[in-house]
Design a protein around this ligand. Structure first.
Ligand SMILES: [Ca+2]
Length: 204
């Protein structure tokens, strides 16, 4: 069932309201809702049965096109559960105090959350501050910090992280192009990250 159909079934009131708003006015930053994309359930083993879409090159297996690496590099060693594919063997190593920016992705209210895997690979402390970057209605680049977590020295999935709930999106006809920003603690350890997934479905 397409994502739009699910949304209509789960939020009939919201869709009706959205249709009215779409006829009246749409903010300059918004455009049509995002296209549907291939999904899987990579976090099922952790009790999260939501469907997710892999970010472009989010497994770091076939290059990093679209990513701004800022000193990071692809290294051997995958997250151990290999949720994307059994043959995966690479991840992205981010030195301490560096910032990595993802390719742009389309976000609408059906993409409320995201998750990825991380591991601290040096030092004794440090975390990842995660943010979202986009252009506002005036064309200025805006970056909003969404949160921070302290890493561990073994691979682990992140918590379910907010995404569209942090943006000015309130009806199903709106979408934005955003980039995810990862910054490691200055003076802390280096990190590896892998398998960056976005959840394209609204959950009730
Ligand atoms: Ca990988």
């Amino acid at each position: 069932m397409p994502a739009r159909s699910r949304l209509a079934l789960r939020r009939p009131g919201m869709v009706a309201a959205a249709a009215l708003v779409a006829c009246a006015a749409v903010p300059a930053m918004a455009s049509a809702a995002c296209a549907t994309s291939t999904t899987s359930t990579p976090f099922r083993a952790w009790g999260d049965t939501a469907s997710y879409t892999l970010l472009t090159n989010g497994g770091f297996e076939t290059g990093t096109s679209g990513w701004t690496l800022g000193g990071a590099s692809v290294v051997s060693g995958n997250e151990p559960w290999k949720v994307r594919a059994a043959g995966d063997s690479r991840s992205l190593r981010i030195p301490a105090g560096k910032t990595v920016v993802s390719p742009a992705l389309c976000v609408d209210i059906t993409k409320p959350t995201w998750r990825f895997f991380s591991k601290r690979v040096s030092g004794t402390w440090g975390g990842i501050t995660y943010a979202v970057r986009y252009r506002d209605a005036a064309g200025a680049t805006v970056q909003t910090t969404l949160g921070h977590f302290e890493g561990t020295s073994s691979w682990a999935p992140t918590a379910v992280l907010p995404l569209s709930t942090s943006l000015a999106l309130w009806n199903s006809s709106q979408s934005m192009q955003v980039q995810l920003v990862f910054t490691t603690s200055a003076g802390g350890g280096d990190f590896q990250i892998d398998d960056v997934y976005v959840d394209p479905y609204v959950r009730g």
